[in-house]
Ligand binder design. Structure first.
Ligand code: ATP
Ligand code: MG
Length: 276
């Protein structure tokens, strides 16, 4: 392990440096019947901070996001968004779902308008904001298309527009680019970073891509174990704005290696148990 990589590990912390917390999670546990998904999860998410979460399939990443969004009840612990305790979906938080989460019977326009309508926007606000955000994600001209008429990448853009249109303070993203091809994924990553630079929000971003976790995140949380917990926190000390140049930086490669080796410890242990 190089000194710089070791420095990344030493800098790990569950608290963001010097920024007020916009999300506070304390002692969170979730069970489905006898299955204990995670236990005692604690972290703070700072204002304008992006935390990425990686971890093996089934470790509870989606469940954790759904709890934070107030869509699922928790068994123990508390979630706070600013001064508000989250026990149900609240204004100011928006989620982009793993499987797009679009209404198949609604057009792009109506899918994007839905989020705003739920947030209590007036007809005038909807008429102004919906076309703006559809254009922002590059779906201009597809306002009247239905999800089945669009590619996976286009549906994902629609899900993104719906979440962004409510101009949330906290954006929860569940593998938002998993279903698109590599080129579209890269385009969407940098578009999202550009949108974030223009209006920074707090973001929790779940991904299976280590590269994406490092590119997008200010910190990377590694969720693992049974029940799972945040076992490692890796501070990504790469400057903003992140661009394609970032991908070529030596520090980027070091951090990617660090996240990869942290995850591989778990994968090797699982292999050992399978073989024994
Ligand atoms: N509604 C539910 N009822 C019962 N069990 C559930 C439910 N939702 C999820 N689970 C279980 O909880 C565990 C965590 O699921 P979750 O979808 O959160 O994993 P994940 O980390 O998001 O996985 P992936 O990377 O594959 O998306 C899994 O064992 C899953 O089977
Ligand atoms: Mg998931």
């Amino acid at each position: 392990m190089t000194a710089a990589v070791a420095q990344g590990l030493a800098a790990t912390t569950a608290q963001p440096a010097g920024s007020p917390a916009s999300i506070r999670v304390r002692g969170l546990s979730k069970r489905f019947g006898t299955l204990e998904v995670f236990r005692g999860v604690d972290f703070d998410l700072g204002e304008r901070e992006i935390v990425t979460i990686v971890g093996p399939s089934g470790c509870g990443k989606t469940t954790l996001l759904r709890c934070i969004d107030g869509l699922l009840s928790v068994d123990e612990g508390e979630i706070w968004c600013g001064r508000e305790r989250v026990t149900e979906p609240i204004a100011g938080m928006a989620m982009v779902f793993q499987n797009f989460g679009l209404f198949p019977w609604k057009t792009v326009y109506d899918n994007v308008a839905y989020g705003l309508r739920m947030a209590g926007a007036t007809a005038a606000q909807i008429a102004e904001q919906v076309p703006r955000f559809i254009k922002l994600v590059g779906l201009g001209g597809f306002e009247q298309a239905y999800p089945y008429q669009m590619s996976g990448g286009m549906q994902q853009r629609c899900g993104l527009a719906r979440a962004l249109a409510v101009q949330p303070n906290v954006l929860l993203m569940d593998e938002p680019f998993a279903s698109v091809d590599a080129q579209t994924r890269e385009i969407l990553q940098f578009e999202l970073l550009r949108i974030w630079e223009a209006r920074p929000t707090s973001m929790i971003f779940v991904t299976h891509s280590i590269e994406e976790a490092v590119l997008m995140g200010d910190r990377v949380f590694v969720l693992k174990g049974r029940p799972s917990n945040i076992q490692n926190v890796i501070t990504v000390d790469l400057p903003h704005p992140r661009t394609r140049e970032t991908l070529r930086e030596a520090r980027f490669a070091e951090l990617r290696e660090l996240v990869w080796s942290t995850l591989m410890i778990e994968a090797r242990e699982a292999e050992f148990h399978l073989g024994s």
